[in-house]
Ligand binder design. Structure first.
Ligand code: KG4
Ligand code: ZN
Length: 344
């Protein structure tokens, strides 16, 4: 079954064709990074307009890369939330037009379900149940995953997402947008133990996260640092980046380990844009291996926003008989417990 997946939840226009929820024939992503770069973050109105310009060519490119025609597509999956309303609308209304003409099933996908399931685009897959951390520019959430469509929220950020903290700190350090890649690169030249930025553990045993304190702490540090930075014993910009990254990674690793030990799972999945981070990958594996816990990461192209993960999630919903009608709407907020239940 060939499923076309479309994601326009934030600033990437993406379309993919996936066969039977496993084999990716095409995964096309049109990034808007250059457009938003001067503003240091995503500008919703610009993102929406750019999706409008790109959606038709991106879907056409995905079909031609898959060597298929629209008539070879058996179902369409589109992200309906959470995300930026103006961006989501472009994907959903384009999808509605396509399914109306092609007379194929349509399903609306929760973007986070896409990230949780993105690991199934890989050959090396975890067994259920597992703990999933989705860590991106918009989200930092821990889920217990018992099967396709069966997710329980275990903890989430109470303020900023981890990726958002990377982006905001990069702005303070004048490294540009998006911040995660720039901070990771600069950190290679720095000493991760030079500055101890605060780690927010919250209440004992809490699986929630908070990243706004560390962002403020880095901003205050940089303010003082800029006055004295010529002195030799001062930290370098790379030391600040590395120390910040270390603090964020420490908290993510600690909470994932706590969640997996508490639930007794033997597999954890780390997904979303921040899961591209190599220090996070190394430290997570280092912490999990001695405990006999396997850590699974999708390749970077499936960590950042992509249509393939939406097509995969859509396949599972379509084979379980789910169908959306043309009155379906987008949702800026879309808690995972409001998903349409899937039969086991
Ligand atoms: O999943 P994604 O593409 O979009 C959202 O759903 O938000 O994630 C983008 C986020 C950005 O905040 C970006 O700075 C962060 O992922 N990111 C990284 C890295 N690559 C991307 N953060 C840390 N290290 C990286 N290598
Ligand atoms: Zn995402």
């Amino acid at each position: 079954m060939n499923i076309l997946g479309i994601d326009t939840s934030c600033d990437d226009t993406s379309a993919a064709v996936v066969v039977d929820g496993a084999q990716v024939l095409a995964n096309v992503v049109n990034s808007q990074v250059k457009l938003h770069h001067p503003y240091g973050g995503v500008v919703p109105e610009l993102a929406s307009r750019e999706h409008l310009r790109n959606i038709v060519p991106v879907v056409s490119e995905a079909l031609s890369a898959a060597k298929l025609k629209m008539s070879d597509i058996h179902g369409l999956a589109v992200t309906i939330g959470p995300g930026l309303i103006g961006s989501l609308l472009v994907g959903l209304y384009y999808a509605k037009g396509l399914v109306y003409v092609q007379k194929i099933p349509l399903v609306g996908i929760n973007h986070l379900e896409g990230h949780i399931l993105s690991i199934f685009l890989e050959e090396h897959i975890p067994s259920f149940p597992f703990v999933a951390l989705t860590v991106s520019g918009g989200h930092t959430s821990l889920f217990m995953v018992e099967g396709f469509g069966h997710y329980t929220l275990m903890g989430q950020t109470l303020d900023d997402a981890a990726g958002e903290a990377f982006d905001k700190v990069a702005k303070v350090l004048r490294l540009g947008y998006p911040g995660g890649v720039a901070i990771e690169k600069l950190s290679l030249l720095g000493n991760r133990n030079k500055i101890h930025f605060p780690r927010a553990h919250l209440a004992p045993g809490s699986l929630d996260f908070s990243f706004s304190g560390i962002k403020t702490s880095v901003a205050l540090y940089v303010k003082k640092w800029e006055v004295n930075k010529k002195q030799d014993e001062q930290a370098s910009l790379a030391d600040i980046a590395a120390s910040f990254q270390e603090a964020v990674v420490d908290v993510l690793v600690e909470k994932v380990m706590m969640a997996s030990e508490r639930s007794g799972v033997s597999c954890v999945v780390i997904a979303g844009g921040v899961a591209c981070n190599k220090v996070l990958r190394e430290k997570m594996t280092e912490a999990a291996s001695p405990k006999g816990i396997g850590v699974f990461y999708p390749r970077p192209a499936y960590c950042t926003d992509n249509g393939a993960m939406i097509a995969l999630a859509g396949y599972h919903r379509i084979i379980h008989g789910e169908r959306a009608d043309l009155s379906m709407d987008v949702r800026s907020r879309f808690p995972i417990d409001e998903l349409v239940p899937m039969a086991r």
